[in-house]
Structures are given as C-alpha cells and as structure tokens.
Design a binder for this molecule. Structure first.
Ligand code: DNO
Length: 344
C-alpha cells in the first residue's frame, strides 16, 4: 500500500513539511479547489501543486476529488458538456502523473453530520451524526453544520426540489451514462476512478443514494465492468451502516481488484438506530474491527493508496473538523502497524 495524507492545497494550515515527517508517508491527496464544479482545470494549477509536493519528496498520485456536476447526476441540461470537461480534467491530471481519482455520486450533499464539534469524554472533539437531531432539521429552512457556507437555505430548497423526480433507478442510469463516457478515457490514460461511498450510507431528505452497500457495488461493477471503475473503500462511511459487513466487503472487492484507494477510520455506533460518532482510528475506540479489515484487504491483494481519514481534534488543535494534523498522524502510524502486521 502507499500511505497518503489529504492536503487542502496552499490554504491548508498543515504544512507539507509536517506531512512528510509522518512515518511511511509517500504522498498527498489533493485537488484544485478554486475552480467551480464542472469547469476545466488548468495545467498551471496542477503543476504548481505537484511542484510544492515534490519539494518535500511527496508524490501527488491521487486527486480527491474531481467533483461531479449536479446536471450530470440529474441527467439534465448541460450534462454532456460537463462530462466533456470531466474527461479533460482526467486527461490533464494523468499527464502530471495522477493514477487515481476519488469522487462521489451523492446528490447535493457529500458527507452529512449533525455536529462537527461533538465533545468526547476525553474532551477531544469529533464529527457525529445523531438520528434524533437529524429528524429535527427542517427541510424548508435547512441549516446544516458544514454546509451553511456552501448553500443558502433558498438554494438548498431549490436543489432538493430539482431532485424530486430523480429516483434511485434514474440516478443509477445517470451514473452509468457518466461512467460509460469517462471510463474509456481512464483506460486510455491509465487512471483509476474510485467512487466514494455515500456518507452516511442511506438516503437523506428524500435524496436517493446508490453507493451504500454491497449490492449497490455489485450492480455498479456489473454495469461498467472495466477495472478502472473502482472504489474508495471508506470504512467510516460504509461502517456507519450496521448491515454492511466491512471485513467481507474489503476482502471481496480487494480480490476483484476494485479497491484503488482506502480511507481508513473508525466510528462508534451510539444508539441502536443510525447514530454514530467518529473516534480515533484504533479498533477498541469504535465499532469497527480495523485489524480484521486491513487483514482482509491485504489478503485480497490490495496494493493501492491508503489515507488516514477524519481524526478528532486533540491536544487543543483547532483543526478543520476531521482534518487536523495530530489525530490523523496517529491514525497513519496505526495504519502502518496494521499493514506491517497483516503482511508479516
Ligand atoms: C470526507 C471525504 C469526502 C470525499 C468525497 C469524494 O471527508 O471523504 O468528502 O472527499 O466524497 O468525492
């Protein structure tokens, strides 16, 4: 595996120097953040990022994300033009050595939480999701932690309405339409597409979600069989779904050569319904058996990119929720240990 670390570009408060000092670190996972979704990126932006990484001996082989425009997900209006731009971006990043693109196909929202600063017993903070709090959210006056800066309540209302006729089936058709155009480009330029699972893995606000569980993945890979059509195996996202057997899924999709990227983190189920809280990476801290998952990945022949995922804010760090330095660095050290042990 190749250990990587998410870096939000030059605006990230975490210097590349610190990332490079984490044991076993090979590269960063990043993106161009200042171009609107659907537009083509420039050579200059990618070269700049790559050169900054190279100054610290860090590779830049994974992009997270090239976001998918809502018109593509809804299968309307300008989708062909946006898909064309998407393909251009894949070709562009491939020219600069990128091997894997992480993206998602979730309508409107990417991840969703009800608290970005849940206070844990040890006074660290982490992201959490409470079914009870979620049920109190008024869809007509949406204020969501982490999303208020991206959309106004009016825009959100409009977007939700625009999805009112998009069923799971329709979304799936639109997904396949997209992949059937993008994957041939990936084959030509040697890039793996790694879809990120729905987070959390169930429908929200009536919006369909179709990358939540094993049967979703089977259907997706059957529809577009190229191995370039693969997965970001995000343990925290799949793991919030109590019915997902992560050890089985890790082994199955690793041995099928579908896992190109793994986000490794733990969650603790906090009630008997859907609620969960993000924890440190260690198995004992949460509900997932991280050692068994890593062992299944290794046994299945997984040799892709890995990154520690959301950490807590610890040691008084005031980091971007989920993306501070300290707890993710601890996570990285733990992940190194799990892989070393699993391999030996
Ligand atoms: C959350 C991330 C996701 C991921 C996207 C990929 O912390 O894992 O936002 O980057 O779903 O498009």
């Amino acid at each position: 595996m190749k250990l990587t670390f998410r870096w939000y570009g030059e605006k990230d408060s975490i210097p590349l120097k610190y990332i490079a000092q984490i044991p076993g670190m090979t590269g960063v996972v990043t993106a161009v953040y200042d171009v609107p979704v659907g537009k083509a990126w420039s050579d200059g932006a990618i070269i700049r990022l790559k050169n900054l990484c190279a100054e610290h001996n860090l590779d830049m082989e994974v992009i997270e994300s090239i976001p998918v425009h809502e018109d593509i997900k809804r299968g309307c209006g300008d989708r062909d033009r946006y898909i064309e731009n998407y393909c251009k971006n894949v070709e562009l990043v491939a020219r600069h050595g990128v091997k894997c693109v992480c993206y998602n196909f979730m309508p409107v929202f990417d991840w969703l939480r009800t608290d970005m600063y849940h206070r844990n017993a040890d006074s660290s903070t982490s992201l959490s999701y409470s079914r009870e709090d979620f049920e109190k959210v008024d869809p007509d006056n949406l204020h969501l932690p982490g999303w208020d800066e991206s959309y106004s309540p009016d825009e959100l209302r409009g977007l939700l309405a625009a999805y009112s006729d998009i069923t799971h089936e329709k979304l799936f058709e639109n997904f396949v339409y997209f992949l059937k155009r993008v994957i041939p480009v990936c084959e030509k330029v040697g890039v793996n597409m790694a879809v990120h699972p729905d987070d959390p893995p169930w429908d929200v606000f009536g919006l369909p979600r179709i990358v939540s569980c094993e049967s979703d993945l089977d259907r997706l890979f059957a529809a577009v069989p190229s191995k370039r059509n693969g997965l970001t195996f995000c343990t925290g996202s799949f793991g919030a779904g109590r019915d997902n057997d992560l050890v089985k899924m890790a082994g199955k999709y690793a041995s099928q050569g579908r896992i190109h990227f793994a986000h490794l983190r733990n969650v603790r189920w906090t009630d008997d319904k859907d609620s969960f809280c993000e924890t440190g990476h260690y198995s004992k801290d949460g509900s997932l058996d991280m050692a068994a998952i890593v062992y299944a990945l290794v046994k299945g022949g997984f040799d892709g990119y890995v990154r520690p995922d959301h950490g807590r804010n610890i040691w008084d760090e005031d980091g971007k929720p989920g993306y501070g330095l300290y707890d993710r660095a601890l996570g990285a050290a733990y992940i190194n240990g799990l892989f070393e042990a699993a391999k030996k």
